[in-house]
Design a protein around this ligand. Structure first.
Ligand SMILES: Nc1ncnc2c1ncn2[C@@H]1O[C@H](COP(=O)(O)OP(=O)(O)OP(=O)(O)O)[C@@H](O)[C@H]1O
Length: 361
């Protein structure tokens, strides 16, 4: 059975704006559940409220209203003006359950790499020797076992972020929050950090919340996604859902389906001068390896319809290929309908595209 690690119920975070009568509503009535072992991507443009929302998880940001439950324990509750919060001591202990990494690593530059990791263990019950041993193990976990005596400035950005990850994991948290942790890195280091996060998720069962404005990062590692805009979660679902079945214009824009569709429609409009009663334009989305050739052959042989592929695109979602094809299917109306039923039956998502309207459906 799945276990809920983070549960937010109806969270508001409002900031007073001095003399202004209306506060800034950074987070508005957000409810969210993150399960153990999830890599949960929270995406949205700058100012959407992502950072404010994740700071609520460890109560670095106290919400204006709502309930925060971490690993089954209510750590904050405020409803109808009544507030319940942990004592400062309980809160400190609770915060150690959640590690955090940031865009700018936040390492202590005058201390060596291993001292940076040891610093996170200063309140632990371990003895000095054990602390050193644990810090060394953590550095080995992030493949920096031989760089303990270096200073942060002697390391690349990607290596510094790995030190920050080792430090964030020092107290064995069950949850790691990554707040734009790859945003300052080049593509190669970004991939390395994302691969490391995926490995830690798998090997340690670490639950990860990935805050980012980069959909590519989410595509590589997340299993679930929430899209934030103006303080609200406007869409959420599994990674596959969000990519193949996105509803809002913002999600479509973030995942790139809008752009793909527009390109395909431009090509279609150029090649089909007018819509024909015996042709339908379809967008097919499918998971797995290429289906282009077998599908065209099968539809012709079994349903007597002809399929021309106008545009195709394959993306990797968490290493699984997901393809999108824009095709024109020509044949008798009844045969086309049977062909679509067949496609649905084999797990291909079919969306009919109208060339007469601007935009897509
Ligand atoms: N301490 C604060 N006081 C006043 N306003 C704040 C405070 N923190 C955040 N805000 C405002 O809340 C809104 C959401 O900010 P937030 O940083 O959570 O967004 P974000 O999606 O994480 O974007 P970014 O990646 O740019 O940080 C913004 O309008 C921001 O100006």
């Amino acid at each position: 059975m799945s276990e809920t690690m983070i549960k937010l119920d109806n969270i508001d975070v409002f900031f007073d704006k001095g003399k202004e009568p209306e506060p800034i509503k950074a987070v508005k009535n957000v409810s969210l559940e993150v399960e153990k072992g999830d890599i949960y991507g929270v995406v949205g443009y700058s100012g959407a409220g992502k950072s404010t929302l994740v700071r609520v998880f460890n109560l670095l940001q106290i919400p204006t209203n709502g309930t925060v439950t971490i690993n089954g324990k209510v750590v904050f509750e405020k409803q109808s003006g009544k507030e319940k919060i942990l004592s400062p001591k309980e809160l400190r202990a609770e915060r150690r359950e959640i590690g955090m990494i940031f865009q700018h690593f936040n390492l202590l530059e005058e201390r060596t790499v291993i001292e940076n990791v040891k610093f996170a263990l200063r309140h632990s019950k371990l003895k000095d020797k054990q602390i050193t041993q644990r810090a060394q193990e953590l550095l080995e976990l992030v493949d920096l076992g031989n760089r303990g005596n270096a200073y942060p400035t002697e390391l690349s950005g990607g290596q510094q972020q790995r030190v920050a990850i080792a430090r964030a994991l020092a107290n064995n948290p069950e949850i790691l929050i990554s707040d734009e942790a790859t945003s300052a890195l080049d593509p190669k280091n970004t991939t390395q950090i994302l691969e490391l996060l995926a490995r830690l998720n798998k090997e340690l069962g670490l639950t990860i919340v990935l805050i980012t404005h980069e959909m590519d990062a989410v595509k590589k590692v997340a299993n679930k996604v929430a899209v934030m805009s103006s303080g609200e979660i406007i869409e959420r679902g599994t990674l596959l859902d969000i990519f193949t079945n996105s509803k809002s214009a913002l999600t479509k824009e973030l995942v790139g389906t809008e752009q793909n569709s527009q390109e395909a429609i431009t090509i279609l409009k150029q090649s089909l001068t007018k819509s024909s009663p015996d042709a339908t334009v379809l967008r097919l989305t499918y998971q797995g390896s290429s289906i282009e050739d077998p599908i065209a052959t099968k539809l012709y042989a079994d349903f007597d319809v002809q399929t021309s592929i106008i545009y195709g695109n394959v993306e990797l979602l968490r290493s699984t290929p997901v393809g999108t094809l824009f095709v024109v299917v020509t044949g008798e109306s009844e045969n086309r309908k049977r062909a679509v039923d067949y496609l649905n039956k084999i797990g291909v998502k079919v969306t009919e595209i109208s060339l007469d309207e601007e935009g897509t459906n």
